[in-house]
Design a protein around this ligand. Structure first.
Ligand SMILES: NC(=O)c1ccc[n+]([C@@H]2O[C@H](COP(=O)([O-])OP(=O)(O)OC[C@H]3O[C@@H](n4cnc5c(N)ncnc54)[C@H](O)[C@@H]3O)[C@@H](O)[C@H]2O)c1
Length: 257
């Protein structure tokens, strides 16, 4: 039996690099998938490709009404919502704090932090109606420490950790688990395309070569962890954080000469 048979999963940013991987794998594991995204063409194409048990719904994670509509559409199409993946995210153009304007700060916090808050808020009643489920928040290794020139992104992802732990405490007795994944550097448009307002992409100045596993992460690396955390195999895990970074946070794997 596949791990998500008769389960419905909503993935935000479901047309992005990691989101697409999550959506495809969850669908292959038997889930009904709801592709929540702001790119209608890509969302519709992915839903068409998957066929049965998949649909695209417009979901701007910064908009509470958009969340209500997406959860409503999910329940009316598939009868229930069992898993929410808060995956949508944006990065700031790199700049020191003194040169970061408030508009940029707010835009990043709105998507990465407020979007996750609104998602938990909108999904919790539906997950309760389904008699339990899971929420997986996608943060970042940048939320585990400071990174120069990424203050809005770091602050937003760091805050998701506190939000996850608080939600885990509030929802645990309703059999709703809430966990966070911290990806390292994953090969998606996120690192291969410059952030809005930037000229260089992360991949232009980052090399995985010094680290323990000297390669970029692939979306499927994160997906495999997500499948575990979202499934009943992880029924005793809540409020936890999982780093998946090939050893990036350990620092350079210097070898004795
Ligand atoms: N790629 C990496 O190296 C990396 C590392 C750590 C964490 N992450 C996180 O992983 C998640 C997925 O990123 P990815 O690598 O797939 O990048 P991506 O840029 O391919 O995907 C991000 C998705 O978020 C969507 N999005 C942006 N604003 C939105 C909004 N207001 N409402 C709904 N969707 C919105 C985009 O349309 C896009 O589809 C993000 O939360 C990102 O912060 C990425």
């Amino acid at each position: 039996m596949r791990r998500f048979t008769n389960q419905t999963v909503l993935v935000t940013g479901g047309t992005g690099g990691q989101g697409t991987s999550h959506v495809r794998a969850l669908h292959a594991e038997g889930a009904n998938v709801v592709i929540g995204a702001i790119n209608a063409d890509r969302g519709a194409a992915l839903a068409d490709e998957l066929g049965d048990r998949a649909f695209y719904t417009h979901l701007d994670v910064t908009d509470e009404d958009s969340w209500s509509a997406a959860v409503r559409a999910t329940e009316s199409t598939f009868g229930a919502l069992h898993v929410l993946v808060n995956n949508a995210g944006v990065q700031n153009p790199p700049a020191p704090i003194e040169e970061t304007d408030q508009t940029t700060w707010s835009r990043i916090l709105d998507v990465n932090l407020t979007g996750t808050f609104l998602g938990i808020k909108a999904a919790a009643p539906a997950l309760r109606r389904a008699t339990g489920g899971a929420i997986v928040n996608i943060a970042s290794t940048m939320g585990m420490g400071g990174t120069a020139h990424y203050a809005p992104y770091v602050a937003s992802k760091w805050a998701v950790r506190g939000l996850t732990q608080t939600a885990a405490l509030e929802l645990g007795r309703d059999r709703i688990r809430v966990n966070t994944i911290h990806p390292g550097v994953i090969a998606t448009p996120f690192i291969h395309e410059p952030a809005a307002g930037a000229t260089a992409a992360i991949a232009d100045f980052y090399s995985p070569e010094p680290f323990a596993v000297p390669r970029l992460g692939e979306p499927i690396d994160v997906t495999r962890l997500l499948l575990f955390l979202a499934s009943s195999e992880a029924s005793f895990i809540t409020g936890s954080e999982y780093v998946i970074d090939g050893g990036l946070l350990l620092g350079p794997a210097l070898q004795a000469a």
